[in-house]
Ligand binder design. Structure first.
Ligand SMILES: Cc1ncc(COP(=O)(O)O)c(C=O)c1O
Length: 406
């Protein structure tokens, strides 16, 4: 029997692959020093590992430019703040959606209030998908940027990224994509789609630890820094060096986190290789291709869990799935409300009586709940299985739901 059954992978994936824990520990012990600062051997090791992590992440996201344009930050929120504040000027207009996480919503509220930047927030339809036509119809003469999340952390809906990218290209707009919920679960091809800035967080589908995230800045785009300080290069210069990644990486890097992402990338590659062998997929040694095989497998595994959970929930009349029906692509998030019980009550009982960890509330995306009519009842219950969810976890969850709902 496990001490807990974890169904909060949309908040952070847990557990991580064993190799991530091991590599973080061993790398931190052997070479846990400041990368790119001293000229000594240990610093060179840390620098080499960091650069390899940039290279693998670049390929993982289909970015084939200079790997130094993979910039490490603290998390997706940090990356999004950097991208938004570093690309826009007073008088600009941005198009975003009502499906955003507070990581985009709050900074867009600030810039709208304080920096003379106009913001249009396009709603999703009742299923939680944004119609690309609504985005296109919102474009004005001063529109500079389209920014939106690839997958919703509340509904799991995956937005039509390629179509929106095409609109951005046609209108010559910056395209910034928040991949916090889709990275590692859906394939993302930054160059092919024409994404200008892609933001990611390390601790969700990328299977790294908390405290590391990043952004990838396309070759022809320059983002003004939001932080200033030491970079280990060109220290005499009074301002940040213009070169990537230093222009956006002031201060000591989150090295243990980068080591975790490095190990996780190798884990994806290995998983992809196994899939290739087992399913006789076309042979390839490309990191991007092998990771895509891994991603397809992860997605299929998670969708199986989702189907089982939804089938269980559908048996109870007092349960209402939020964002249903979902005909299109989505990630592994099931969200529901229960007549006569608050989301918090359901979450608390699952935790206290069954050791099942889910997330109840507004999930940092209040506009989604306002539009779904769940804000005034305190939000919904979010169940998010992950790749490492096993039969024992599923049995505990299904049993817990049966107990609480019947
Ligand atoms: C869609 C989306 N964007 C951004 C974030 C913020 O990620 P982080 O807390 O790692 O900065 C989250 C986190 O849940 C998210 O779901």
């Amino acid at each position: 029997m496990k001490p807990n059954y974890y169904f909060d992978n949309a908040a952070t994936t847990w557990p991580k692959p064993e190799s991530v824990y091991q590599y973080m520990d061993s790398f931190f012990r052997s070479s846990g020093v400041n990368p790119g600062r001293g000229g000594h051997a240990m610093s060179a090791d840390a620098g080499a590992m960091t650069y390899q992590a940039r290279q693998m992440l670049a390929q993982f996201f289909g970015f084939f430019g200079d790997a130094n344009r993979v910039v490490f930050t603290l998390n997706a929120t940090d990356s999004l703040n950097t991208a938004i504040s570093g690309l826009l000027d007073a008088g600009d207009h941005i198009v975003t959606t009502r499906l955003e996480h507070n990581a985009v919503l709050r900074i867009s509220n600030y810039i709208e209030r304080d920096s003379r930047i106009e913001v249009t927030r396009v709603p999703g339809n009742t299923d939680g998908y944004v119609n690309p036509q609504d985005i296109e119809n919102s474009i004005k003469s001063n529109t500079r940027m389209i920014i939106f999340n690839h997958a919703s952390n509340v509904l799991g809906t995956v937005q039509p990224l390629e179509q929106v990218a095409q609109i951005a290209k046609t209108h010559n707009l910056l395209l910034v994509v928040d991949t916090a919920q889709s990275a590692g679960i859906r394939p993302i091809k930054m160059d092919e789609y024409g994404i200008d800035v892609l933001t990611f967080t390390g601790h969700k589908g990328l299977f790294g630890p908390m405290g590391v995230g990043g952004l990838i800045v396309a070759e022809n785009i320059s983002v003004r820094p939001a932080r200033y300080g030491g970079t280990g290069v060109n220290s005499i210069a009074p301002f940040q060096p213009e070169q990537y990644p230093q222009v956006l990486e002031a201060g000591t890097a989150p090295l243990p986190g980068i080591a975790g992402l490095h190990a996780a990338q190798l884990w994806f590659r290995e998983l992809g290789r196994n899939q290739q062998r087992e399913n006789n997929m076309p042979a390839s040694d490309s990191h991007a291709q092998l990771c895509e095989y891994a991603i397809q497998h992860i997605h299929r595994t998670e969708q199986n869990h989702v189907e089982q959970i939804e089938n269980q929930l559908k048996q109870f009349q007092k349960v209402k799935l939020v964002g249903k029906p979902r005909r299109h692509e989505r990630v592994a998030v099931v969200n529901f409300i229960v007549e006569g019980m608050s989301a918090e009550q359901v979450g608390d009982r699952l935790d206290a009586d069954h050791h099942v960890c889910v997330r109840a509330g507004l999930h940092c995306a209040p506009l989604v709940h306002i539009d779904a009519g769940t804000a005034e009842i305190g939000g919904s219950v979010r169940v998010s299985p992950g790749y490492f969810t096993d039969d024992e976890d599923m049995a505990a969850l299904l049993n817990g739901l049966q107990d609480i709902l019947s």
